[in-house]
Design a protein around this ligand. Structure first.
Ligand SMILES: Cc1cc2nc3c(=O)[nH]c(=O)nc-3n(C[C@H](O)[C@H](O)[C@H](O)COP(=O)(O)OP(=O)(O)OC[C@H]3O[C@@H](n4cnc5c(N)ncnc54)[C@H](O)[C@@H]3O)c2cc1C
Length: 382
């Protein structure tokens, strides 16, 4: 077993850390306050090559493997204090780009991937509905086959990037007659398609620079060429996107945790109470040590998913374990960081309150913690 990064991976990690720290953090307080999507930073990330990391070179990407991409996203999470931007980039990479890489026709790949990778287009993944969150099977969006295509009706919500997106990857059940089971089917829907509305931003507690909105279909006709994968392949496409998303989005959370630890170490050395730095108090040291343990354990869980992907193996349980562990550890670490900063941690003047608001999202999206435990239990045969 070799735990050493290659010289190229080390170089990439250092380059992403330096780029993110220098190029992506200006005016963060203002854009978090306004809930503004930093399109200029998005472009910078695309120009740096981040969006294209896992995409094959023939479609404008770098064709990197999943472990190398995970390492880069961890570095991005460390250097970029705008957790919303990191989240939006990841949402597009794993839940829009990679489904197109894995399931798209040559025409769909050529039409969408170069623009997504170059930052020209933004993509959103729309499966959740007001009445169907954890229980994705209970979606009510429907599509009907018509001459040369399909007509979609339904309402999607909580779609990350939707307010600024040029493209939605959306899911609806295809009715195939009363006697046949409904077939979940995926579609690539450009923003300017008649009958689709990309709604206004939904304000949220954290990740405020990552816009989120509804996508509504009203007798929306799409040609057959907009269907991603075969009819009925929707659940397969969704599950495979979630498997990789669970590992790779959470690399950003891991990087953010490492940054929190660095911030806390610096603060506890500087802040003095009772005549000494608070870093000298054992209960403070315990919190920092626990953060370090969680970072090291989380990293190997995430890298293991990348390694399994490289071997072409399934990683359903491993991805659920990694997502569950890292998201819960990040929430705990953020609350501990707040405690360590005392009253200052609660004030807007310090970044910690924003870090807490951002971190708490992780146990909700890509399947809640309860759903990850359910997946792990079912892999145990329960
Ligand atoms: C920041 C953020 C970004 C998101 N981005 C997207 C996106 O880009 N695209 C998209 O389609 N969706 C997105 N979502 C939606 C997200 O996937 C859902 O919020 C999530 O799946 C939970 O669904 P829900 O909110 O309807 O909660 P519910 O499913 O109503 O769950 C409520 C509570 O019940 C629990 N629960 C539900 N079922 C069970 C069960 N069987 N056993 C035990 N407990 C259970 C849940 O764990 C939770 O605690 C995003 C959400 C957030 C917070």
């Amino acid at each position: 077993m070799d735990f050493e990064l290659s010289p190229e991976q080390k170089e990439l990690r250092a380059a992403v850390r330096a780029f993110a720290r220098e190029a992506l953090n200006d005016d963060l307080e203002a854009r978090d306050h306004e809930g503004a999507f930093p399109r200029d930073c998005w472009r910078k990330c695309a120009d740096f090559g981040l969006l294209g990391l896992p995409v094959p070179a023939e479609y404008g990407g770098q064709g990197e493997d999943l472990i190398t991409t995970t390492i880069a996203m961890e570095a991005l999470g460390w250097g970029c204090r705008d957790n919303g931007l990191v989240f939006s980039l990841n949402a597009q990479m794993w839940a829009v780009q990679m489904p197109i890489v894995h399931y798209g026709t040559e025409e769909q790949k050529k039409r969408w991937l170069p623009g997504l990778v170059s930052g020209e287009f933004v993509g959103a993944h729309a499966i959740t509905e007001p009445g169907a969150g954890s229980d994705v099977m209970s979606l009510t969006s429907r599509c009907e086959a018509r001459d040369g295509g399909y007509v979609l009706n339904g309402q999607k919500t909580f779609a990350t990037n939707a307010p600024v997106a040029d493209l939605a990857l959306a899911f609806a059940y295809l009715s195939r007659g009363d006697d046949k089971p409904k077939a979940l089917t995926a579609f690539l829907i450009p923003r300017d398609t008649p009958g689709v509305t990309f709604g206004k931003p939904i304000p949220k507690m954290g990740l405020r620079t990552s816009p989120m909105g509804e996508v509504i279909f009203e007798d929306c006709f799409v040609p057959e060429s907009a269907r991603l994968g075969p009819e009925g392949a929707g659940m397969r496409i969704f599950n495979s996107a979630m498997e990789w998303e669970r590992a790779c989005i959470f690399a950003g959370h891991l990087g953010a945790m490492e940054r929190l630890l660095d911030d806390c170490v610096r603060y506890t050395r500087k802040r003095r109470q009772f005549g000494q730095p608070i870093a000298k108090f054992e209960s403070v040291q315990g919190k920092l040590a626990d953060m370090k343990v969680a970072i090291e354990a989380g990293r190997y869980l995430l890298y293991r998913v990348g390694w399994l992907a490289g071997q072409g193996k399934s990683a359903v349980m491993e991805a659920a374990i990694a997502k569950l562990f890292v998201s819960e550890a990040h929430s705990r670490a953020a609350l501990d960081a707040l405690q360590i900063h005392g009253g200052y941690g609660y004030m807007k003047e310090y970044p910690i309150e924003r870090e807490v608001r951002d971190a708490l999202s992780g146990t909700l999206y890509s399947g809640t913690s309860e759903i990850q435990r359910k997946i792990i239990a079912s892999c145990l045969g329960l």
